[in-house]
Design a protein around this ligand. Structure first.
Ligand code: SAH
Length: 187
């Protein structure tokens, strides 16, 4: 459905706009091999395959029928994901980076949306990848994002938390006890 493709592209543009101010501030360093592979897979699953699907008919064999209901749900989930993506960028501020790293003036953020969950940006990515599957009615283009991001999430988060524990010690340990990874902790 054309509407799903249009919304997907608009959402990509919004993601770039939301991230842009933080990107210029982020210090760059050479990511390790695992990070490079995971980021490459994410680019393929979240960007390259969807673009091939949208702009060519090479993936037509993997198409399936969509409906207005599914695309409508996709728009709602994408809007929620983008809202959370924006909120986590404003709260994390200069501490954001595309790969795992600690900046010179790194601060531990535990306020704003980070008060509820430790990984709101990854929660936002899960929502946007689910939306991708709802908006693009094609097995490869729809699920490429979920599969590649799922892999990245499960391999990266333990490493990220280990890195934060080494850097911030007890305060991060305490913070981990107070929060859920992507789902708020009750009580
Ligand atoms: N996992 C977080 C942040 C993703 S950006 C989220 O999903 O919202 C990745 C970088 O954020 C990591 O390199 C780490 O340095 C930094 N980071 C993660 N949690 C943080 C926190 N609570 N406070 C400050 N920096 C954090």
């Amino acid at each position: 459905m054309v509407l799903g493709k249009v919304v997907f592209i608009l959402a990509l543009i919004l993601q770039i706009v939301i991230r842009y101010p933080y990107r210029t501030q982020a210090q760059t360093h050479q990511p390790d091999r695992q990070e490079q592979v995971l980021l490459t897979l994410l680019t393929i699953g979240g960007l390259v395959i969807p673009f091939i699907y949208i702009f060519t008919d090479w993936l037509a064999f993997a198409d399936y029928a969509s409906s207005m209901g599914i695309v409508g749900l996709g728009i709602l989930v994408m809007a929620a994901g983008l809202g959370l993506f924006w909120r986590s960028h404003t709260d994390l501020g200069r501490n954001w980076s595309s790969t795992l790293e600690i900046h010179e003036e790194h601060r531990l953020i535990t306020q704003g949306i980070y008060r509820q969950i430790r990984h709101p940006m990854y929660a936002a990515a899960w929502l946007m990848m689910i939306a991708q599957a709802l908006l693009l009615s094609n097995w490869a283009a729809g699920f490429g994002g979920l599969i590649s991001f799922g892999l990245m999430y499960f391999l990266r988060v333990p490493k990220e938390e280990q890195m934060m524990l080494e850097e911030f010690g007890e305060p991060y340990q305490h913070y981990m006890q107070q929060t859920g990874r992507i789902i708020p902790r009750r009580g």
